[in-house]
Design a protein around this ligand. Structure first.
Ligand code: MRU
Length: 356
């Protein structure tokens, strides 16, 4: 994979498959996978071969286009029925990241608006929309990087959680966008990377992509954040987001919220990086965000040669938690830096964006 680029997700040359870098194999193996059926796509999301909120949106766009190319019917009603069924099925794979349903809705809207023009025209528009979702993401990540850099200083120590870098989005990533954009401009940060139990997205993915890009990177276990902060190593915490409620409460990888509590204790700024599309104005607070529960084996056995817990032990394995709006210093979107009070600022932003 070429870093700061986005070839880890793309259409095949014949446009019949979506090609992804299988993130479940990193960092040991860089293997690409071609997907063409809805079951393969659903499984790739479920097994975190493709993951990260914005990347799920990009993947959904390309997947719906590829699936539509394979429907062996010329009947627009039948075509539409299958398109909708596949969209609903993909959407059921993971509940927390809003970008998945957001992109699927965009693709369905394109379908509905163009089906009267015939199937070839619909396919052309679906491809355009999928590519647009991808290109918009690259531009949005860059803008987040520009806004992020206004809040950070050269040589700052930044603590990250999970992976919201190039692998989770495109090119610059969300959380890591100021880091990569900084590199281009000669601004360097010291990155402290939480390993992020149980699936180790920090150790396997963030440490991997940062080190490859030549960033000063130090890995730490999740329970070392307090120590790192107490030693004055951390100037800011930077995280991504899977869904942001209309009051600013933010769902992100499990463990994010405890970092926000610690950051408050040490008076360290806590910054959330997410595109505008991650803000879900349909929900009032974090209480309304559905948190994905995953298999107990991810905690007890998955990454170990031997079991790390007694057989039959009860396991709690929520994939995300909600950081309270009051613990967030600023939310950095592609539309600008948003500081509290988030509810009022989001309402203003949505009115402006929707010409209300
Ligand atoms: O379970 P994952 O690996 O998909 O979780 C990803 C995260 O929580 C990221 O921090 C979030 O999606 C933002 S990605 C830019």
């Amino acid at each position: 994979m070429k870093y700061l680029d986005s070839d880890h997700i793309r259409l095949s040359d014949d446009k019949n498959t979506v090609i992804i870098l299988d993130q479940s194999l990193l960092p040991s193996r860089e293997e690409y996978k071609s997907l063409s059926t809805v079951n393969e796509m659903y499984d790739a999301i479920k097994r975190l071969e493709v993951r990260g909120a914005p990347l799920l949106g990009i993947f959904a766009g390309y997947s719906m286009y590829v699936l539509a190319r394979h429907y062996d019917t010329k009947d627009p009603i039948e075509f539409g029925k299958r398109f909708h069924e596949d969209s609903v099925y993909l959407n059921s794979s993971r509940p927390t990241a809003v970008n998945l349903s957001w992109a699927l809705n965009r693709m369905e809207k394109v379908f509905i608006e163009n089906i009267a023009r015939g199937i070839p025209a619909v396919l052309e528009m679906l491809e355009k929309e999928a590519v647009m979702i991808h290109e918009e993401d690259i531009a949005m990540c860059r803008r987040m990087g520009e806004y992020g850099l206004t809040l950070l200083s050269d040589e700052d120590g930044l603590l990250t959680h999970c992976n919201a870098g190039a692998l989770a989005a495109s090119r610059y990533g969300t959380q890591l966008s100021p880091v990569y954009l900084g590199l281009e401009q000669g601004i360097n940060f010291r990155l402290y990377v939480d390993e992020t139990r149980p699936l180790l997205q920090g150790a396997r993915l963030t440490a991997y992509e940062l080190a490859k890009a030549g960033v000063d990177t130090t890995l730490l276990c999740d329970n070392m954040a307090n120590y790192a902060m107490s030693q004055g190593l951390i100037d800011a915490v930077i995280v991504g987001a899977d869904r942001i409620a209309s009051n600013g409460d933010t769902a992100n990888k499990i463990g994010t919220s405890q970092l926000s509590v610690l950051a408050k204790e040490y008076n360290i700024p806590f910054y959330v990086f997410a595109p505008y599309s991650t803000i879900d104005m349909n929900i009032g607070s974090g209480d309304d965000i559905v948190i994905e529960e995953r298999e107990p084996e991810e905690v007890t056995t998955l990454w170990y040669k031997n079991r790390m817990a007694p057989l039959g032990i009860n396991v709690l394995n929520p994939a995300f938690d909600v950081t309270k709006a009051e613990n967030i210093t600023a939310i950095i979107t592609d539309k600008g830096v948003i500081k509290p009070p988030f509810a009022e600022k989001f309402t203003e932003l949505f009115k402006k964006e929707n010409n209300v």
